[in-house]
Design a protein around this ligand. Structure first.
Ligand code: TNX
Length: 507
């Protein structure tokens, strides 16, 4: 379909769209009929169609769920002059139909005489895990921003918000029995100025940074997300990326005193996997399981420097005590302890692809493959479930334009077009294709101190990502130019909502 023939600027592009004659006038009384499982969708749609009772005539909206396990999150939407009929395969499907309607409304320019075009749409996602990771550890992000972000995820039919809650530079939630995690671990004295790999002397800003979420805030985020069909996946990064926790409780590591990290880069600090530390991990996970009801709990596992284990006599004797070959095997053993703890409670472990470097995949584990597509392929072939997340295509902390004219970023280069071209399912997987649960874009925040800066990095690249995960087979997409045409009205909508998006330069 040529650019000029594309009448509906819906992102991600629905699978089947047929135009029908006429339009459905919105400026009149509208009667809603809502079946079971459609109440969240109804609330959202009602907010959108603030119907004017003074108009003449009456229109009807019928929402229903007709369970179809073969088309999870799917929907069929038919708009005729007097009736909007929306049927979802499940509650999420109905919500997605409403998001499509909201996008059609947002695209209207004839504001006072609003109408929807008559059409028929059949749509369903190509992948089950369509996520975004937000790193709230490097820079704390307020609850209000997380809520706003959830709204945008849902608007673009993304369904997972992965919160990276802990890292060397900050621990971001309260755990009963471990008060120092937030008293000490949530605050760093200051933050590095400039890039961590820049040559020359290091400068720090001298400004204390921190913050943490209280239990009621986390529960509120989870509930808010759930009403928009978004699952929140918490990440507790272990056994590396834990310097903030060790600043609070040094005995969980080598015992040496440390401070919450003030610069970026991989810390050499690591948990010492003794009894006491395992107990700590279990206590944290027990709490996390209570607050986050989703199937998956992310336990990190990336960039763990086991050199500190080699030097620590306590850890070396732990290797012997457990009858393991070496510290690499200890890393595997540690991951398996966490995975087993979760499995016993009916949940599943997900970790970064480094968890495959130290041994076979822990029972029931899923892998988030970030270092490249081949890691995902290896994990899928090894029988693991995979979320692809290659830094080459979906790292949204990387530059989206020429580094000289963009704000300081971590590095890399993932312009809008690269994200649009992302193929979440690696080719040649054969039977292992079904192992690809989905994909996730990553927003690490070392160089992203504010929500407004986060928005600049997210938009419009998140729109391109949504397109790629909804239509994983890139050959069914109509091409970057067509996408840009569909994106234009969205840039207006985002701007009207005060979103700080990067401008799109004409291709
Ligand atoms: C690698 S991706 C990391 C993060 C950094 C990121 C910066 C991953 C599992 N680890 O700790 O923030 O690069 O792009």
């Amino acid at each position: 379909m040529a650019v000029e023939d594309q009448p509906y600027p819906i992102i991600p592009e629905p699978h089947i769209v047929r135009s029908l004659p006429g339009s459905f006038g919105l400026n009149r009384r509208i009667a809603f009929t809502a079946g079971d499982g459609t109440s969240d969708a109804l609330d959202l749609l009602r907010g959108e169609l603030k119907a004017a009772d003074d108009g003449h005539g009456e229109g009807g909206v019928v929402l229903s769920v007709e369970p179809d396990p073969n088309r999870p999150e799917g929907y069929a939407l038919t708009i005729t002059p007097d009736l909007i009929r929306l049927v979802g395969s499940d509650a999420a499907g109905v919500l997605y139909g409403v998001q499509t309607i909201r996008q059609l409304i947002a695209a209207q320019t004839d504001r006072p005489r609003m109408s929807l075009p008559c059409l028929h749409i059949e749509d369903a996602p190509g992948l089950r895990w369509r996520g975004l990771m937000l790193d709230v550890a490097r820079h704390f992000m307020p609850v209000g921003f997380i809520r706003r972000l959830i709204d945008f995820l849902a608007y673009y039919k993304l369904n997972v918000l992965h919160l990276h809650l802990t890292d060397d530079q900050g621990w971001r939630f309260d755990v009963p029995g471990y008060p120092r995690l937030t008293e000490v671990g949530s605050w760093r004295a200051e933050t590095l100025v400039g890039h961590h790999k820049a040559p020359g002397g290091r400068r720090y800003d001298g400004v204390m940074h921190g913050g943490f979420y209280r239990e009621h805030e986390l529960r509120e985020i989870v509930a808010y997300a759930s009403r928009r069909a978004v699952t929140v996946v918490p990440e507790i990064d272990m056994p590396g990326h834990v310097q903030a926790a060790l600043a609070a409780y040094p005995e969980l590591g080598s015992g040496a005193a440390t401070e919450v990290a003030t610069r970026w880069g991989v810390s050499t600090r690591i948990l010492h996997p003794g009894q006491k530390t395992l107990r700590f991990c279990q206590d944290v996970l027990t709490y996390v399981l209570d607050v986050f009801p989703g199937e998956f709990i992310h336990c990190g596992g990336d960039e763990a420097s086991i050199e500190e284990w080699e030097r620590n006599p306590q850890t070396r004797s732990r290797v012997v005590e457990l009858g393991l070959a070496d510290t690499r095997a200890l890393h595997h053993w540690f991951n398996c302890q966490l995975a087993g703890f979760l499995a016993d409670r009916g949940r599943r472990y997900v970790g970064w692809d480094e968890i495959m470097d130290c041994g076979p995949l822990p029972l029931g584990a899923a892998v988030m493959a970030w270092r490249g597509g081949e890691r995902g392929v290896a994990a899928a072939r090894a029988g693991g479930d995979v979320i692809t997340s290659p830094r080459s295509h979906v790292y949204l902390d990387y530059y989206q334009g020429d580094a000289g004219s963009e704000p300081l970023a971590y590095g890399g280069y993932t312009p809008l077009e690269r994200v649009y071209e992302f193929e979440p399912v690696p080719p040649y997987l054969g039977d292992a294709t079904s192992r690809i649960l989905g994909a996730e874009a990553q927003l690490w925040t070392e160089y992203i101190p504010t929500p407004s800066h986060a928005e600049y990095m997210l938009f419009p690249r998140l729109c391109a990502f949504a397109e790629a995960v909804w239509r994983p087979d890139a050959s069914t997409r109509q091409g970057y130019l067509e996408f840009i045409g569909r994106l234009r009205p969205h840039l207006n909508t985002l701007a009207a909502l005060g979103v700080n998006h990067r401008p799109v330069t004409s291709p």
